[in-house]
Design a protein around this ligand. Structure first.
Ligand code: MN
Length: 497
């Protein structure tokens, strides 16, 4: 185990942080978990509410098989234990946006058990983070407080939407690790297609559990596999970006340290992150499991399926980021760094693979990760809004490959493609950028250069490095269009080098 990457000094000594995450990932499903109502985002308030979602008396939930399948897919993607027998429980609490008065969730017997994911950190290191469990549960509705000065409205569109709650072990030891974990988890569910990972729309949100301890304490409890006596933790609810996850860990750790250094104690509670002020504030005291009076939902049979179904689903899993990255290195000869950049997101990997199809993969990797990603970054655009398509970038690479343009000219052509969305061939044609490979034309320029510059000819014969001056002259006279290979070859011939 490496040293803790994040130590906070205090007047009474150093502190470390221990973080576990509960991520709620909305299942990419058309219908809700226990009703046929649409799960689509952004519809008019209360337009996607069935009688089940509104908890009308006597209504019965019916499990959505597709959602169960997505939970299994996700479990397989997390290299986790799939439980062939699981059960739904009622988690009882009163909230205006929860018409049933309870949430149907899974408590003791979740559909997915322990797994793990490998997380790449910004410095190139990797850590393995344990997954405790994944369970299926319903989302609640939404209270709306800002439409009326006195009344609170409720929108039940989200009520009953299927969520996968993915619980990590408390294996994260810094703000950066917590953010990187969310990034990787998001990447995996997006590869699997089981959640769209849209954090801004709330289809993925993290509850961040933070506690602090003295150096050495974490390792001691980790060895025992029991963290119950580690520092009291607080849970920061519904954090909706990777950056805010890191911020939540940092500011909450500092708050707890200040209290402990002052001789106080941490109350176990649920807190909210104020991203503007950069602080967390108390929301409510944290309930214990027994406060929820969990019991098996009598309206639903236990969830039971065959291993054969799990095996069928396993066969349909796509290549996941870790495997894709390894393949890009082993089979395509990319550097581990480039492979990491290109596989971090499914969309990027798909884009690269389309460009590289039938072409030199290293050249394609360069154009995608350096030129295109660089330009998108500068323009603050997503890959989905790229003005350059995979086909266009592929054609540009082909124009270099067949000597129509040089690599240097290609960069100018690319800049124009990015600006206008035009085809590379059209730009080359329009601007007369075709490379001069006609040796006769190049020869004529070289002959004139040699005749006009006897001094430089003397110099280059003594110091062949001075050849660069001649190359530069030819390039200048041809506006960079002369084929560099041909120029070098002809110059050496004519100068007798
Ligand atoms: Mn939950």
């Amino acid at each position: 185990m490496p040293d803790c990457p994040y130590t906070l000094p205090g007047a009474t000594g150093d502190w470390e942080v221990v973080v576990g995450l509960e991520v709620h990932a909305q299942v990419a499903s058309k219908a809700k978990l226990f009703s046929g109502a649409s799960a689509e985002y952004g519809a008019a308030p209360n337009s996607h509410v069935s009688l089940v979602d509104a908890a009308m008396p006597g209504m019965l939930p019916v499990i959505n098989k597709f959602c169960v399948e997505q939970a299994i897919r996700t479990g397989l993607g997390l290299k986790a234990q799939i439980n062939l027998w699981s059960r739904f429980d009622r988690k009882n609490y009163f909230y205006p946006d929860l018409p049933q008065g309870y949430q149907i969730s899974q408590f003791k017997d979740p559909i997915v058990g322990e797994g793990e994911i490998v997380v790449e950190l910004d410095d190139g290191e990797t850590i393995t983070v344990g997954i405790e469990r994944l369970h299926l549960e319903q989302d609640a509705g939404k209270s709306i407080h800002d439409l009326d000065p006195k009344a609170t409205y409720v929108d039940l569109n989200r009520s009953g939407v299927a969520l996968m709650e993915i619980v990590s072990k408390p294996d994260l030891r810094s703000p950066q690790q917590a953010a990187a974990y969310v990034r990787k988890l998001r990447s995996i569910v997006r590869y699997l297609g089981t959640c769209d990972g849209n954090m801004a729309q709330g289809s993925m949100r993290a509850d961040v559990n933070v506690s602090v301890c003295r150096p050495g304490a974490y390792e001691k409890y980790k060895a025992k596999g029991d963290f119950s006596h580690l520092g009291t933790r607080c849970e920061i609810k519904n954090v909706n970006s990777q950056r805010f996850v890191a911020l939540a860990v940092e500011v909450e750790a500092r708050r707890q340290i200040a209290i402990l250094e002052d001789g106080g104690r941490i109350d176990q509670e649920t807190r909210l992150l104020d991203t503007v002020k950069g602080e967390t504030r108390s929301m409510r005291s944290k309930e214990e499991a027994h406060d929820y009076r969990y019991f098996p939902d009598p309206d639903l049979l236990p969830l039971e399926f065959e291993q054969a179904w799990v095996d069928e689903i396993k066969k349909t899993l796509p290549e996941l980021p870790d495997e894709k990255r390894k393949r890009f290195v082993a089979e395509l000869g990319l550097s581990d760094y480039d492979a990491g950049v290109l596989t971090a997101d499914k969309e990027r990997a798909d884009f690269f693979e389309a460009v590289a199809d039938g072409r030199d993969p290293k050249l394609a990797a360069n154009w995608v990760s350096q030129e295109l990603f660089g330009a998108l970054n500068k323009a603050d655009k997503d890959l989905s809004d790229s003005p350059v398509s995979t086909a266009q970038l592929g054609k540009l690479i082909d124009l270099i490959g067949d000597d129509t343009i040089s690599g240097k000219i290609a960069k100018d052509v690319f800049a124009k493609m990015f600006e206008t969305g035009d085809d590379p061939a059209a730009i080359v044609e329009r601007e007369g950028l075709t490379q001069i490979t006609d040796t006769g034309a190049i020869e004529a320029i070289i002959d004139a250069l040699i005749a006009d510059n006897p001094k430089q000819v003397e110099q280059v014969k003594e110091k062949p490095k001075a050849l660069g001056w001649f190359v530069g002259q030819v390039m200048q006279q041809t506006q960079g269009k002369a084929n560099p290979g041909a120029v070098n070859k002809l110059l050496k011939e004519k100068l007798g080098l």
